[in-house]
Each structure stands twice: as structure tokens, then as C-alpha cells.
Design a protein. Structure first.
Length: 172
């Protein structure tokens, strides 16, 4: 299921980010060695940590990689996408190739990309694409604002197990 027109990215040129009204930016391909999508998350947020653990449990493909927003990897992504400066929310990054530019999705668009990636029963959440982005992002922001009050979201760092450590781009 594709995104509505306002969520589709515009192509950048010369490596510069092309901001889009839908909160999506794209840049020319980067010289990153990691293939596949990357989920950037707030490493100090308990809800974000719980989300990462949830995705790891339900990721049948095992190709999604993760990086904390404070990592060197995330800093390089943010440099390439001006619209991500100061981001404190989930960011879904589709690394570029020679045929397609790198794209980054923020807030509700990132959450919907996660649902699309997980597939299965989670794909039903893709119906939210019909909700206008400002309304989706307002709901995302409301949840983010109250994330410390939600049960099971105590601030705890994600400590990757040895089995998944290679999927964390900032793991030491």
C-alpha cells in the first residue's frame, strides 16, 4: 500500500536534502556500508526503547537496523537531511542506492513505515495513511508528550543481545 501524494518524497540533487511538506526528505545516495532500512530512535526514551524491543520481537526479516539519535551514524544522516535537525522522535531512513536517493521519514510517517516493514497483522495500521499528516503527527506528538506516564515505558536503554548486536549501528 503506497503513501498518499503528500507523503511521497521529492528527489534531492547534489547530495542536498530536499524538504517536503509531508515531513519526508531525500538526498543523493550516501556512501554508507549498511544496506536496508534504519530506525533512528531516542536512546534515552523508555517508549522508544520499548518500541525497538517490540520491533526486534516481530521482525521476521531481520534486516532492519537501529541507531540512537545521539549516535555518530544518526549525526551523519541528520547532516544529509536538513529537515531532521533537532529531531527528537522516531526517524525511518531508507538508505540510497545508485538508482534511488536516500529518504527519511519522521514521526507518524516513520511509525507507519515500521508497520509496513513488519507486515502481517501490523499492516492494518497502514489505513492511517488516509488520515492527514498534521492530524497523525498531532496524535504522535500527544503520545510522545505523555510517554513517561505510560505503563511499561520506564526510561531504560536498549542493550542489544549478542544475537542482534550487529543490527545496532552505534553498538560498541
Amino acid at each position: 500500500m503506497g503513501a498518499p501524494r503528500d507523503e511521497r518524497q521529492r528527489r534531492g540533487s547534489g547530495g542536498a536534502a530536499a524538504p517536503h511538506a509531508g515531513g519526508v526528505t531525500s538526498v543523493a545516495p550516501a556512501a554508507e556500508v549498511h544496506a536496508g532500512p534504519v530506525l533512528l530512535y531516542d536512546g534515552a526514551c523508555g517508549l522508544c526503547g520499548a518500541t525497538v524491543r517490540f520491533v526486534l520481537r516481530h521482525d521476521g526479516r531481520g534486516t532492519l537496523r537501529f541507531a540512537a539519535l545521539g549516535s555518530r551514524f544518526a549525526a551523519r544522516v541528520i547532516e544529509r537531511h536538513r529537515g531532521l535537525a533537532g529531531a527528537d522522535s522516531m526517524v525511518w531512513v531508507e538508505l540510497g542506492t545508485a538508482r534511488r536517493p536516500e529518504r527519511a521519514f519522521l514521526r507518524s510517517a516513520a511509525a507507519l513505515r515500521v508497520a509496513r516493514y513488519l507486515g502481517g497483522v501490523w499492516a492494518v495500521l497502514l489505513a492511517a495513511w488516509i488520515v492527514p499528516r498534521p492530524l497523525r503527527d498531532a496524535a504522535y506528538d500527544l503520545l510522545a508528550r505523555h510517554r513517561h506516564r505510560l505503563p511499561g515505558t520506564a526510561d531504560a536503554c536498549v542493550v542489544p543481545t549478542p544475537e542482534v548486536r550487529a543490527r545496532f549501528l552505534d553498538a560498541e
